[in-house]
Ligand binder design. Sequence first.
Ligand SMILES: Cc1cc2nc3c(=O)[nH]c(=O)nc-3n(C[C@H](O)[C@H](O)[C@H](O)COP(=O)(O)OP(=O)(O)OC[C@H]3O[C@@H](n4cnc5c(N)ncnc54)[C@H](O)[C@@H]3O)c2cc1C
Length: 385
Amino acid sequence: MFARTLFDPEHDAWRAEVAAFLSAEITPHHDAWVAARKTPRAAWAQAGAAGLLARALPPAYGGAGRDFRDSAIIIEELARHRVHGLFTCLQSDIVAPFILRLGTEAQKMRLLPGIAQGEVLAALALTEPQGGSALSTMTTTARSSGDSLVLNGCKTHISNGSVADVVIVAAKSERGSIGDQPGLSLILVETERPGVHQEAIEKTGMAALDTGQITLTDCVVPRSNVLGGEGMGFVYLMSFLGVERLVLAIYAQACSERLLQDLIRDCDARHTPNGSVLDHQNPRFSLAELYSDCAVNRSFIDQCIPLVQEGRFDPKQACIAKLRTTATLKKLAALGVQLRGAGGISGETGARASQDLLDASVQSIWGGTSEILLDLIGRSMASGL
Ligand SMILES: Cc1cc2nc3c(=O)[nH]c(=O)nc-3n(C[C@H](O)[C@H](O)[C@H](O)COP(=O)(O)OP(=O)(O)OC[C@H]3O[C@@H](n4cnc5c(N)ncnc54)[C@H](O)[C@@H]3O)c2cc1C
């Protein structure tokens, strides 16, 4: 693989700090969190105190004012340390940017410092039970009632959904409609409000990361809780989902690199009567193919990261990055079970390999399934390479 050139010594020092924090404070507990299907809330505050949350937020809002490369380092180190329960990028790089870029000064001052400290847990709620792939069929509504909006609907499979204190809810609204198509608004909903019900969803992949269902029944919020312009939600989502997909691609790529390294080591160490597993052509070729995919994906991702900082990042690049990295990860995770033989499904190594396969399966679903990404890429092809 090419030597990485996008980080400077300050970034390297930050990576060492993040790695030390994860090794000392998080990794020793993470398997227990996976077994319990729960990450303690206190871990978020620990991450906040260590500066892992909202790294890119300006200091006035509790952040460190650093660039996206610092965030990329955190995401990579989470993957390298096999951590998903404390998915800090959800809070820092997926939810906080909506508030930072669209919020009023009052909204920012009210929410961002708590998000940066890990005292306020936040979520982004788009998906509904009838299907997450078709955002346009969303049925959650925000009805006008004087200076308030009345929300009704259900959001499902929301990361941090059962534990979040504040949720950005996408809902159809009267304002912003075009013809008979209603507008979509992004609305901050504090979960302590009457009419909000949160429930955890049990799942097998990424088990330590909370995933919840949020039901809104005649939930009244002040109109001042709308983020940005009322009815402008689709436009905002199209711009913000690109960075979300890149974040997920960075995580998938770093997961792939960890899986690949571990698998090559184990195949080299495992002796069959006529050589190590790696001495056989078929396993060696399978690994070589995925090694090559990883190398090409790494170059693509490293081209994307600085573009976010420069504001030149194209959502199509995000679709390609997430599509490719998650496809490679899934192939590697399946090979990780196969090439370890019975050891891929038994004992400590087998438990890890099987869990890696389940965790990898999540990654080609969340943030837009691979099928939807292909559709988006396919539709944009006519505009050229
Ligand atoms: C662990 C986890 C965390 C998540 N976190 C969040 C979150 O924080 N916020 C949030 O809003 N959502 C979240 N999601 C939801 C996620 O975004 C959706 O699961 C995803 O968008 C797919 O929606 P769906 O599950 O309803 O599948 P469906 O939309 O029902 O799709 C089912 C299958 O049909 C395919 N399909 C559907 N439509 C088409 C089409 N037009 N063309 C081709 N194939 C199609 C899909 O690709 C998929 O394979 C999370 C999901 C998971 C698993």
